[in-house]
Design a protein around this ligand. Structure first.
Ligand code: C2E
Ligand code: MG
Ligand code: MG
Length: 578
């Protein structure tokens, strides 16, 4: 391959692969020539023949079949010109031109005027194939132009996203190793905002031409394909390398050319970019993953603001990416107040409603649910959990206050509170304020605190809890059994309710020790003056066992899943009726 057209050649191949029309087979071409020659020879034999055959008693001279054979030959040349491009057209032309003197000979030398229509026929066929050929040329040129536009970025002339994805798909199919580099120009939005779109476009053009120069001239020592996929995002595909060092070296060269000044509208500018890459097949083995992983690495470069602008993908980046993505969604849900809640019913052992636990729910912009198991830990990590707790509490309390006023039901609302929230200085005031605005009586509110959280910060937690207790609010210890509470600590803890974690309930009917463990928790809880509720009860057999070992309440799919507030209201109304 000539070095100076590498990028273009790869693009050219992509265009050809997009060709809508498949090449007609060579055998067809040969057969058309053979049929044409046989047809022409048959015409001249038949034209000279004086023989006759009899058809239904009528004499039919052989030469009258010459016209049929002549039409067959003409169709053959027409097909050639139509389906075999330049080669077909010129073959057809040569065949017709060779045949013409033979026809002329018939007229002038042998004085056979029957050959005269043959001359006109030949001429008309030449005109027909020439116009078919010219027309075909025009259509092909137009199609090529369209195909070229489909794979070319109009602004920079580089291959576009479509061309890039076609190439990457073909490389993945082939199975050879290659590196997919996702590139984003740093601070480009700022350039566009301050200098305007025209200047922004000029800068993109300048960057594109510098990079194209490296790719076209094989300066990097690897086989590169550079494309612009959108705005200020480019993708570089690197092939023909040995080690990771070679990839890094190539990327560095693309980075280095950015260090030279760019002058736009008399203003000197220096730009830089972030490069993230993933290698096929080691980091990712599908087109989508390659793109996503390289992007994850590139975004990490942007975020880290480190002086090293090149990063290879590692699986840890995905977690960071997901955390950031979820953080964005939480912030959005908090801002738009779209964060909502479900209510999961709790019952006593006679299936009488005790109350509801409010559970946070979040949907993303596409309407997909994100599980609290995923977003609550993120909210905790990034310091948003107090805001989440507060929004769920506020919304649920407003509904619950109204429900109590409407139905007069004697039920409790349980809300989950994170340690971060609990430790806030204004936590107690916030609870009191919500109780006031919602009209929920303090003794109808229960605050769930997870066991592990309390162990970490027991003294501060106890202070808050004492305040809550004094106000008449109930306290539940959530997920009990998963932490490492000591009995003395439990004894100091002024809770009302122990919530046995689902993991023990799950094993209770299959493992004797789990059943004994649950039974022991219930006994200890009762000894300390707590009520005990089992979480995550899914089967009727579990209810029976829990009755036998003296559990007080049940919360689980077996008697009620988390539901929307209107369904919870219906449940309360039905409960009150009967
Ligand atoms: P949790 O407080 O222990 O809540 C109980 C979880 O168990 C809920 O999951 C509930 O849907 C689920 N569950 C209940 N019964 C069953 C059952 O029979 N089978 C199964 N498979 N699951 C059952 P969810 O809603 O996914 O909540 C998960 C955790 O997220 C909660 O565990 C809680 O720790 C946290 N969370 C939920 N909402 C909030 C909130 O508003 N604030 C805070 N800080 N944490 C919350
Ligand atoms: Mg809970
Ligand atoms: Mg729990």
């Amino acid at each position: 391959m000539k070095k100076d057209t590498r990028n273009k050649k790869i693009l050219e191949r992509t265009i050809n692969r997009l060709s809508v029309r498949k090449k007609a087979p060579l055998t067809g071409y040969i057969l058309l020539i053979v049929f044409y020659i046989i047809g022409s020879i048959t015409v001249s034999i038949l034209a000279r023949s004086k023989a006759e055959i009899s058809l239904f008693g009528f004499p039919l001279p052989f030469y009258s079949f010459a016209g049929v054979c002549s039409v067959v030959s003409e169709i053959c040349v027409l097909f050639m010109a139509f389906y075999y491009g330049k080669k077909g057209y010129f073959t057809a032309l040569v065949l017709l031109i060779i045949q013409t003197p033979m026809v002329l000979m018939g007229v002038f030398v042998q004085h056979k005027l029957t050959s005269l229509p043959g001359i006109f026929g030949n001429l008309l066929t030449i005109i027909a194939i020439t116009s078919a050929y010219i027309n075909n040329l025009r259509v092909e040129r137009f199609q090529k132009e369209l195909r070229y536009q489909a794979v070319t970025d109009q602004l920079t002339g580089l291959p576009n996203r479509f061309a890039c994805s076609k190439l990457v798909a073909a490389l993945v199919e082939k199975g050879d190793k290659f590196a997919f580099v996702s590139i984003d120009i740093n601070g480009f939005k700022g350039i566009n905002d301050t200098m305007g779109f025209d200047a922004g476009n000029k800068i993109l053009n300048e960057i594109a031409s510098r990079w194209e120069n490296i790719a076209d001239n094989g300066i990097s020592g690897t086989l590169d394909f550079i494309s612009r996929v959108s705005g200020d995002e480019f993708v570089l595909v690197i092939r023909d390398y040995q080690l990771e060092e070679d990839i890094l070296n190539t990327i560095k060269q693309y980075e280095n050319v950015l260090h030279n000044r760019i002058t736009v509208d008399d203003t000197d500018l220096y730009v830089n970019a972030s490069f993230g890459f993933a290698e096929f097949p080691y980091d990712a083995n599908s087109v989508d993953n390659l793109g996503n992983y390289a992007n994850a690495a590139m975004h990490e470069v942007k975020r880290s603001k480190s002086s090293n602008h090149i990063l290879r993908f590692t699986p840890e980046l995905l977690k960071a990416e997901r955390t950031i993505e979820i953080e964005g969604k939480i912030r959005d849900a908090l801002k738009k107040e779209t964060l909502f809640y479900n209510l999961q019913p709790q019952f006593n052992m006679d299936h009488k409603l005790r109350g509801f636990e409010a559970l946070a729910r979040m949907k993303d912009a596409d309407g997909n649910f994100i599980s609290p198991g995923e977003f609550i830990p993120v909210a905790e990590k990034v310091g948003l959990v107090d805001k989440v707790d507060e929004m769920v509490f506020r919304k649920a309390a407003l509904f619950f206050g109204e429900l109590l006023r409407k139905t007069g039901a004697d039920i409790v609302l349980s809300v989950n509170v994170s340690v971060r929230h609990l430790m806030k200085n204004d936590f107690f005031d916030e609870i009191c304020e919500v109780l006031k605005t919602s009209g929920v009586p303090a003794d109808k509110l229960e605050i769930e605190i997870t066991e592990s959280i309390m162990i970490d910060s027991v003294d501060k937690a106890l202070q808050c809890i004492d305040q809550l207790k004094a106000r008449g609010i109930k306290i539940a210890i959530d997920d009990f059994g998963t932490g490492y509470s000591s009995l003395s600590y439990l004894n100091r803890f002024p809770a009302n309710l122990l919530k046995i974690d689902k993991s023990f309930i799950d094993k209770m009917n299959t493992s004797d020790s789990s059943r004994q463990y649950v039974s022991a928790i219930i006994s200890i809880g009762h000894t300390m003056g707590f009520k005990v509720i089992s979480e995550g009860v899914e089967e009727t057999e579990q209810i029976q066992t829990l009755r036998e070992i003296g559990c007080d309440y049940i919360q689980g799919f077996v008697w009620g899943r988390p539901m929307m507030p209107d369904a919870a209201e219906e449940l309360v109304v039905n409960e009150m009726k009967g």
